[in-house]
Design a protein around this ligand. Structure first.
Ligand SMILES: C[S@@+](CC[C@H](N)C(=O)[O-])C[C@H]1O[C@@H](n2cnc3c(N)ncnc32)[C@H](O)[C@@H]1O
Length: 280
């Protein structure tokens, strides 16, 4: 597997400097010797390896995903955890959390920040049998645009073009890892809706119900030094009909965190109403 598709890298100098400082801190001393403030700094600014598409989720976006997924108790999988940004707002005392990550440095930071998780290192795509139907929840921002050359004969979606395979196969793995009735929140690229992804869309439609589809504009990932737009999908592994809530984060403002909080509250409230009206 190697990096192929290029996304627009945002020349956010401050972000790059902060990431360098975070990396220096990690290399300067053992984790337990870092102060509380230094640990928080690493959590907020460490960037993973670009060769593995290590662009980590903005923490406000992470909160939105957790609020939409609402994982209260049970088993949760994060299949490509990086430093664990998607774990920050989970009630970790009530969940059994399994995380996977190929980048050992990022994985070790994740385990240091969130020692209660079970961490599996290495290639998650090779673990599909081990993970199958094991989880009540999956929370994922998988690597997009990584060329997958290795032959994974267990995947129905292996036939998508090599550049799209990492997105497609991770999505298949996430749905596969759910128990029947389990739910997944996943971040996908804009191209998910394109013709090239039609087989992926069909796979999603046949294996799950889309509870929510929320578009996000490029600048939402500004703090991760990449400019990419895409979708947050909330899926339920079921063949029954479910209401589908459609929305967008177009008014997201990187300079106004309070505004984003209001936007998040509003979206979560609308989403919950749409789910409740589907039950009547
Ligand atoms: C877009 S980042 C997201 C990280 C984290 N989920 C987050 O939201 O902040 C994708 C992650 O996938 C990891 N990754 C790439 N290929 C992988 C593979 N085959 N198995 C496991 N992890 C992988 C990268 O190292 C990177 O940390």
């Amino acid at each position: 597997m190697h990096s192929s598709q290029q996304y627009e890298i945002n020349m956010n100098k401050t972000g790059l400097q902060l990431a360098e400082r975070a990396r220096d801190l990690v290399h300067s001393k053992a984790w337990h010797l870092l102060t509380k403030e230094e640990k928080k700094f690493v959590r907020n600014h460490y960037m993973g390896r670009q060769v593995f598409r290590g662009f980590y989720t903005d923490l406000q976006l992470s909160r939105l995903l957790t609020m939409l997924l609402k994982p209260l108790a049970g088993r949760l999988l994060e299949p490509s955890c990086g430093t664990g940004r998607l774990l920050e707002y989970l009630d970790r005392s009530k969940l059994q959390i399994v995380c996977c990550e190929i980048d050992r440095q990022a994985a070790s930071i994740c385990k240091s920040i969130y020692p209660e998780i079970t961490l599996l290192t290495g290639d998650t795509l090779a673990k599909i049998d081990e993970l199958r139907s094991q989880f009540d929840y999956v929370l994922a921002n998988p690597p997009w645009g990584l060329r997958v050359n290795q032959y994974y004969d267990k995947y129905e979606l292996f036939n998508v073009t090599p550049e799209k395979r990492s997105t497609a196969l991770f999505l298949e793995l996430c749905i596969n890892a759910l128990k029947p009735g389990g739910k997944c929140a996943i971040i996908l690229p804009e191209s998910y809706k394109s013709e090239e992804f039609s087989s992926v869309n069909n796979y999603v439609q046949n294996s799950s119900a889309v509870l929510a589809e929320i578009h996000f504009p490029k600048h939402v990932f500004f703090s991760s030094n990449i400019l990419v737009s895409g979708y947050i999908l909330i899926l339920e592994k079921t063949t029954s009909f479910r209401n589908s809530y459609i929305s967008s984060l177009d008014s997201w403002d990187i300079n106004d965190l309070d505004w984003n909080e209001k936007l998040i509250e509003n979206i979560v409230c609308e989403f919950e109403n749409s789910q409740n009206s589907g039950k009547q």
